[in-house]
Design a protein around this ligand. Structure first.
Ligand code: NDP
Ligand code: MG
Length: 382
């Protein structure tokens, strides 16, 4: 069970919810890190009194240093600061809750200190899953999933002694705000339309990924790495209510599922308290009498092309995950800036997968290069 925690991305949706869980359970903060939101990080630092507060943006860090001058919180900036927060000697657990590939190096720094990693930052595994898991093994760092689907699968696999008995992992998918729509109806959808998620309140990037279903594609790759399963043994089922968080189907056709209210604080809490379960956390119990019927369906792979592209990249392997992810991060950035349309996201990701050749058994350098090239293709396209 975690006691002292460093959060990479403490001002984000996952970071803030992690602090709620920590406060309810009496866990302490060793280091808090974010990109540039100095106002919120100052509030968090005053409330949780970590030894270290970090902003990747140097200017914002300099400003925060002045604002926290009356406390004994040390303030650092830049990548070096992030690495120090990740590897902080006073923490037993690092919560990887930064968004995107930027989380890879700090996560590796925490792994190399043998810390428990409560991992929300799925992009890290999509880009460099093999490397991250190898290092975790070498340094004895435990990786516990925060993503609700992977947390559910983790729980459905507990007690299973033989992975050969697992037939399939089944990831549930809410379908996002555009569920049921066809491609032509998605032509003119706006940033605001895409940012309306039916069940979850999350950061902008993952909310757009949930609208394109790229999020589910990234999650398939995340599950491949975390549970050492081939893509053929991972299925996606549409489940609009987000009550069943995912399932495992065994070879005797028994299915195990994990249920709960759609509240990220529940998987965050379990990643911090594992192997124990403790009462007193902030999430609410699920009311089965009133939660209504649960429905299931097939994803529409023709309309939601990002999911199809991700499944293809998963089959290709090597640096294809880094290319897919880098292209998607760049394309979602352009969409959020109003510079490309919703359907262009998939077009640009497809272009990058086409133009950047995948390298097998990549080293970290190959992964960073694939990410860079993919972003370049997306930004240069017209
Ligand atoms: P948010 O956008 O809400 O938060 C991102 C956090 O990362 C912020 O604290 C931000 O700081 C920080 N950050 C961003 N870029 C950098 C950088 N270059 N250096 C340092 N810090 C940085 O994202 P979410 O919390 O929604 O998502 C975080 C991760 O968790 C993602 O990988 C997402 O896929 C995953 N996840 C999220 C879920 C959710 O419910 N939100 C569910 C499952 C997974 P600042 O505020 O200063 O910009
Ligand atoms: Mg998820």
């Amino acid at each position: 069970m975690s006691k002292r925690i460093s959060i990479l991305g403490s001002t984000g949706s996952i970071g803030r919810q992690t602090l709620e869980v920590m406060e309810a359970l009496g866990m302490e903060a060793a280091a808090l890190a974010a990109h540039s939101n100095g106002k919120l990080l100052e509030e968090q630092a005053r409330r949780f009194r970590p030894e270290l507060a970090v902003l990747a943006d140097e200017k914002a860090a300099a400003d925060l240093r002045v604002r926290l001058a009356d406390t004994n919180v040390r303030v650092l900036g830049g990548t070096e600061g992030l690495m120090e927060a990740a590897a902080h000697p006073g923490s037993d657990t690092a919560v990887a809750a930064m968004v995107g590939m930027a989380g890879l190096r700090p996560t590796l720094a925490a792994i190399r200190e043998g810390k428990r990693i409560a991992l929300a930052n799925k992009e890290t595994l999509v880009c460099a899953g093999t490397l991250v898991l190898e290092e975790a093994k070498d340094y004895g760092a435990q990786i516990l999933p925060v993503d609700s689907e992977h947390g559910a699968i983790f729980q459905c696999l507990e007690g299973n002694r033989n992975r050969g008995e697992v037939k399939r992992l089944i990831l549930t998918c809410s379908g996002g705000p555009f569920y049921g729509k066809k491609r032509r109806e998605l032509q003119g959808v706006t940033r605001e339309d895409a940012l309306q998620h039916p069940n979850w309140s999350m950061g902008a990037k993952i909310t757009v990924d949930s609208a394109t279903l790229m999020n589910k594609g990234l999650e398939v790759m995340e599950a491949m790495h975390l549970y050492q399963m081939p893509v053929e043994k991972i299925a996606v089922v549409i489940h609009r209510e987000s009550i069943i968080h995912s399932l495992v189907e065994y070879c005797d056709n028994a299915m195990l599922a994990q249920l709960g209210t759609p509240d990220m604080r529940l998987p965050i809490q379990y990643a911090l308290t594992w192997p124990r379960r403790v009462p007193g956390g902030p999430s609410q119990p699920l009311d089965l009498w009133h939660c209504g019927p649960l429905t299931f369906g097939e994803p529409d792979l023709e309309t939601f092309r990002c999911l199809t592209l991700a499944l293809e990249a998963a089959r290709t392997g090597g640096t294809a995950g880094a290319v897919l992810n880098g292209a998607n991060e760049a394309a979602v950035g352009l969409f959020l800036e109003g510079r490309i349309g919703f359907l262009d996201i998939a077009e640009r990701v497809a272009l990058a997968l086409d133009q950047v050749k995948a390298v097998e058994n990549p080293a970290l350098q190959d992964i960073l290069e694939a990410d860079r090239e993919a972003r370049q293709v997306v930004l240069a396209a017209r």
